[in-house]
Write a protein that binds this ligand. Structure first.
Ligand code: PBG
Length: 327
């Protein structure tokens, strides 16, 4: 055969493949989500996320040191209070678990990586929704904004280096920016979970963070998977107009078109969150011997980077960073 065009030529050897590889994942691109639960004295396993735990205040410091040693770019901290109420009081309590843990983490690893906080109410409310409820049980956008503003200030006072609002209330970025600026925290960035979809892939997280909605679901505030890609772009552009310094698409796997479209439309950093269900799916299949765990993990992260995300939030961050540096 006299084929002239042979794409396989560049795939023949490992050295050639390495030379032409375009999408590179480095540990600095990865962000590890961590859960810290009030009152724990030892870590507690999360059955639906094998390998992931609810941390005690001590054990999260060990995980953070390992993550820093592996060279990852950041941590995002989720707090689980022992007492929940309708307004999520634990979220902005200066003595609340997330504030205490963040202060410890910043002291421990705050110069080696970026310590971020997830900014939402669902881990702190007894009803499990991301905002305050009206008397007839709807999540009230505008009264929730004042709560987010207060939570942002509490988190940053505790030392949070980036706040990451994930509640999908309209106007949340503007409200948080104004509150932070009002306290003089003009230099603290907001990484907005901008395009966040109402997703079945959050299932295991709700065990991890003990935040399953006690009634209904989040479809009245999180986005609908069946809307066109451009709606995700619109949400990202709105957040940037409100002052977001970086934007996120979440989940990653089922929304890679949104990652791509947002990356092309914006000129701020773009993150994607490989969520709990994406993690659980691979772990479950790997545990059965149905998937090669390491290859699958690295392939999914590479795919998310190729779609256009500069940062990938993933529960595999520390382990994947180890694999990436051992080559
Ligand atoms: C809301 C929040 C959620 C996740 C991150 N932030 C849950 C939700 O919206 O129901 C999900 C993360 C995951 O599934 O890994 N505070």
């Amino acid at each position: 055969m006299s084929l002239v065009v042979r794409p396989r030529r560049l795939r023949r050897t490992p050295a050639l493949r390495r030379l032409v590889a375009d999408v590179r994942v480095s540990p600095a691109d990865l962000v590890l989500p961590v859960f810290v639960k009030e009152g724990l004295t030892a870590p507690v396993a999360i059955p639906s996320m094998p390998g992931v735990v609810q941390h005690s205040r001590d054990s999260v410091l060990r995980a953070a040191s390992e993550a820093a040693a592996a060279g990852i770019g950041g941590l995002v901290v989720f707090g689980i209070p022992s007492v929940k109420d309708a307004r999520g009081s634990g979220a902005d309590d200066p003595e609340g678990v997330v504030q205490l843990a963040v202060a410890d983490l910043v002291r421990e690893v705050g110069e080696d990586l970026v310590v971020m906080t997830d900014l939402c109410l669902d881990e702190y409310t007894d009803h499990g929704h991301c905002g305050l409820l009206t008397p007839d049980g709807e999540v009230d956008n505008d009264s929730t904004l004042a709560r987010y503003a207060s939570v942002a200030v509490a988190q940053v006072r505790a030392g949070s280096q980036v706040v990451a609002p994930s509640g999908m209330m309209d106007g949340q970025v503007a409200a948080i920016r104004a509150a932070l600026d009002g306290e003089g925290f003009t230099g603290v960035p907001i990484l907005a979970y901008s395009a966040k979809y109402a997703s079945a892939f959050y299932g295991p997280f709700r065990d991890a963070a003990e935040c399953a909605p006690q009634f209904g679901d989040r479809s009245a505030y999180q986005q609908d998977a069946a809307r066109p890609t451009s709606e995700g772009v619109r949400e990202a552009l709105l957040d940037i107009a409100e002052g977001a310094d970086a934007v996120m698409v979440k989940p990653a796997l089922a929304y890679l078109d949104v990652v791509r479209a947002v990356a092309e439309a914006v000129d701020v950093p773009v993150a994607a969150y490989q969520v709990s269900g994406e993690y659980a799916m691979v772990e479950a299949a790997a545990a059965h011997g149905w998937l090669d765990r390491r290859r699958t993990v690295l392939e999914t992260i590479t795919g998310i980077r190729r779609a256009g995300a500069g940062m990938v939030f993933t529960y595999w961050a520390t382990e994947a960073a180890g694999w990436l540096t051992e080559g």
